[in-house]
Design a protein around this ligand. Sequence first.
Ligand SMILES: Cc1cc2nc3c(=O)[nH]c(=O)nc-3n(C[C@H](O)[C@H](O)[C@H](O)COP(=O)(O)O)c2cc1C
Length: 475
Amino acid sequence: MIAPGSPPAAVPGEATRRYLRALAERGREPADRTAVPPTYKRYRYAGRLVLPAREPHGDLLRGLLGVTRAEWTHRGVRLKRPAPSGGALYPIEAYVALGEPAGLYHYDAAHHALDLIRPGDHRPLLHASLTRVSAGVPDVVVVLAAVFWRNGFKYREFAYRLQCQEVGVLSAQALALGESLGLDTAVHLRFDDAACQWLLGLDPTREGVLAAFTCASGRAVPPGPPPRLPAAAEEHPPPSVVDRLPCLTALHAASAAPLPGVLPLPPPPSPGEVVRLPAARAVRVADAVPLRCSPEAGFLPRHITAETLATVLAHAAAGYPGDLPGCHDAPVTCAPHVLVRRVTGVPAGAYRYDRLTCALVAADGAGDVLAGPLRPNTRLALPEAAAVVVPVGDQTTGSATFGDRWYRLQQAEAGLVVHRAALAAAACGLTARIHSDGTNPTTDAVLGLTGPLHALSFLLLGIARPGSTVTGPLG
Ligand SMILES: Cc1cc2nc3c(=O)[nH]c(=O)nc-3n(C[C@H](O)[C@H](O)[C@H](O)COP(=O)(O)O)c2cc1C
């Protein structure tokens, strides 16, 4: 669907190029506080299922989007969720199709409950809209959708990039949680947007489906009768972003079809000095989910071990159950690089990570990341961080066959890579924070990236500097 008011993108990838141009040319825009959207979504009148304690699917949802901790800071008390979100604005909503009690539900994080959107078993229809399907109907299908204006009022067009990365972050979190809950979880980034939007009753100019995952425990309820009733209406629909965020709207519309793409060939590996890393430590990232949070006051200027860096990078570059060709071996649209600052036995510098040999290959770059256009908190934290994990990818070539969906797939994988690194860091006793401003031309030059290759995210990690925030668990 082409958004009303935006010129149609004639060529695959054209909407991506326009979007990237808009991001590159944007100045500092103040948040649009004339229309701050609600921070929650409710379907109050349709029927509610309160999730019991210690039930795998409820625990999965709480571990993804639940309101799980309160932070007391000098600015007041802030409610936080288990996975990171740009500006803690949490634009992603979760919709759940269950077989028993059969229905399509919205997860109400504030009340840890499911609100019924449509009765009936929606799993077969949602399952059929996926590009890669499993043999049987899964126990549960979860669809993640972004409320565009939820963080768009602050980040404007950049909001889509954050939203796409956040569904990748949540996918990594779902895989970690699935492992500890005994659920066989798979990530789906290629599905029929229109079918999902219609079943959920979502207007794609306000809220767009971006990812889904399926969970199977081997005890799936057999498919029930197909749904008939129309979707329930939500209480306060968010505003349309057609006029407010035209490039976001056009890119999301242009990326609606899951084209059968062919992965572009990776660039030939550049030669460079090789630093072998020790074997990665065995850690269970699932155990780190309750430990992870972004550091409030940056890092202590301390070294970490090469084994810890090896563990973080091995998790960042690991394959995962998903629907992109080859992703079971490794992420396919981006590859982790690293800026080493304080790692015992590894010279400071910029490196490409070679996952097959578990080695770092020195990048042929120049300059200093601190000379780039960084925000004050990045400028303070970066000199004391131990390392920075940077997924790198070609933002445009893949759109020749994947169409504009490529942008979404790649940003989601970038989010997945950095969140796996953050969870592995937490499992090793470290802390990590994404600093999106670190993806800039200076960082690209330091990493020796040329042509269409760019840094896609920027995850600082190290030993947390104690701050004045007090954190308390909720629920
Ligand atoms: C995609 C993404 C981008 C982010 N970008 C930034 C950033 O540019 N600067 C920053 O300080 N934090 C950034 N964050 C971290 C969030 O501010 C942080 O996750 C949020 O405040 C919630 O806190 P928590 O991570 O401790 O749960 C980002 C997080 C995500 C998921």
